[in-house]
Ligand binder design. Structure first.
Ligand code: 6GU
Length: 231
C-alpha cells in the first residue's frame, strides 16, 4: 500500500515514520511518501497559496501549483489520475472518517493520495477536478490537514495484513462488522484485584462461551453511547 501525502510540512511526518508500528508496516513493503507542493511551484519564492477572490482572511492553495505537484509525482493529468486512484482532499467539512471509510481506503490496492490543506484551505477547483473524495476526522477545525493525514495513515496501516502482532485483533475491534459496529468490550489484565476493584469473575472462569457472551453484551452496552465517567 502506497500512502502518499501532499503537504507543505513534510518534516511533520518524520516523527510518524519513526513509530514502531509504522516502521513495521514499511518493513512489510508499505510506503508513507510525502511530497511538498512547494517543490513544484515555479512562482517567485516558490509561492503555493494566494489571497481569496472576494476578500476575506487567510490564504488559499492554488490550483495550478497543485496540478504541477500531482503531475510531477504521477506523470499524469490529475483529472485522469482521480479516476484510477483515491485522491483525497483533507478538509474539516469532508466525509467524516469512520471504520467503514478506513476499510474502503485500506482496500485500495494501488494506494491513496492525501492532500493537506493549510491556511484557509484549497482552491475549490482542486477538490472539484482533482479529488475523488473529501475527508474530515471530525467536526472541528485543525490548522491544517497534516494531523488528519497521520490519523488516516495510522488507521489504514493497522488494517493491512501483517501489520499487527495478532491477526485477529483488527477483525474483532471497536466499530468493526464483527461487533455489529459497536465499540470494543472492556479489557482487563493482572492484578485481578486492585484497590478493591475486581476483574469480572467470568473473565477468570475459563468458560470461553460465557466470556464471549459477556463481551458481546458489554460491547452492545457501550454502543449506546459513551457516558461521562466519574463525575
Ligand atoms: Cl481533514 N483538516 C482540517 N484542517 N481540520 C480538520 C480536519 C481536516 N478534520 C477535522 N478537522
Amino acid at each position: 500500500m502506497q500512502l502518499d501525502v501532499m503537504t507543505l510540512f513534510p518534516h511533520w511526518f518524520d516523527w510518524f515514520r519513526e513509530q514502531r508500528h509504522v516502521k513495521n508496516a514499511m518493513e512489510d513493503g508499505h510506503e508513507v511518501r510525502t511530497f511538498n507542493p512547494r517543490d513544484h511551484s515555479d512562482m517567485s519564492a516558490r509561492q503555493v497559496d494566494d489571497t481569496p477572490f472576494g476578500g476575506g482572511a487567510g490564504m488559499v492553495l492554488r490550483v495550478d501549483v497543485m496540478e504541477k505537484a500531482l503531475r510531477g509525482v504521477y506523470a499524469q493529468d490529475p483529472v485522469e489520475l482521480r479516476k484510477e486512484r483515491r485522491v483525497i482532499a483533507l478538509t474539516p467539512g469532508g466525509r467524516v472518517l469512520d471504520d467503514a471509510f478506513v476499510d474502503e481506503l485500506a482496500a485500495e490496492e494501488q494506494g491513496i493520495t492525501l492532500l493537506c490543506g493549510r491556511y484557509e484551505g484549497f482552491d475549490e477547483r482542486i477538490v472539484q477536478h482533482f479529488c475523488s473524495d473529501t475527508l474530515s476526522i471530525g467536526r472541528y477545525v485543525l490548522a491544517g490537514g497534516e494531523l488528519a493525514a497521520m490519523v488516516v495513515c495510522d488507521a489504514v496501516l493497522r488494517k493491512l495484513p501483517g501489520s499487527l502482532g495478532h491477526a485477529n485483533s483488527a477483525v474483532e475491534e471497536s466499530f468493526s462488522v464483527a461487533l455489529d459496529g459497536d465499540p470494543e468490550y472492556p479489557h482487563y489484565t493482572r492484578p485481578a484485584e486492585y484497590r478493591g476493584w475486581k476483574v469480572p469473575d467470568v473473565l477468570l472462569s475459563g468458560h470461553h462461551a460465557e466470556i464471549e457472551t459477556w463481551r458481546r453484551a458489554r460491547s452492545r452496552e457501550r454502543g449506546d453511547g459513551g457516558s461521562r465517567l466519574g463525575r
